[in-house]
Design a binder for this molecule. Structure first.
Ligand code: THU
Length: 128
């Protein structure tokens, strides 16, 4: 797939961020992903009084991906409360690797990169 509409992805990520449930960290996050078939899936972080049970925005996005039919993520935009690009945390890089692979593109504050660059030498399905 060529011609990724990063503007639309960022917009959907911002919309998701506004629905975050982040009363503890007060750090709302939204994320949107373009699927190989053209769908756009999204998610927001959902925190919990038992802090360690917090679900990152990417967790919600992956749930949306699977619920809406599955497929591979080709591009992801994750944003903070200001709508600025947020680089996914380590655990979520693993989620993106599982569902997008190393070629999946990721928007960061420094431009576009790939999941493979963010998680070199990743453990994945090929090892099993
Ligand atoms: N968070 C995400 O949703 N995704 C990330 O990639 C980084 C961190 C959330 C988890 C928590 O609710 C808040 O940001 C502060 O860590």
């Amino acid at each position: 797939m060529t011609g990724i509409d990063w503007g639309t992805l960022r917009k959907v990520a911002v919309e998701a961020m506004h629905r975050a449930y982040a009363p503890y960290s007060k750090f709302p996050v939204g994320v949107a992903g373009l699927v190989e078939d053209g769908r756009v899936v999204s998610g927001c972080n959902v925190e919990n009084a038992s802090y360690g049970l917090t679900l990152c925005a990417e967790c919600g996005m992956v749930s949306d991906l699977i619920r809406s039919g599955g497929g591979r993520l080709v591009a992801v935009s994750c944003v903070d409360r200001d709508g600025e690009p947020l680089t996914p945390c380590g655990r979520c890089r693993q989620l993106l690797f599982e569902h997008g692979g190393p070629e999946c593109q990721v928007e960061t504050a420094d431009g576009h990169t790939t999941v493979g660059a963010l998680l070199p030498g990743a453990f994945g399905p090929d090892y099993l």
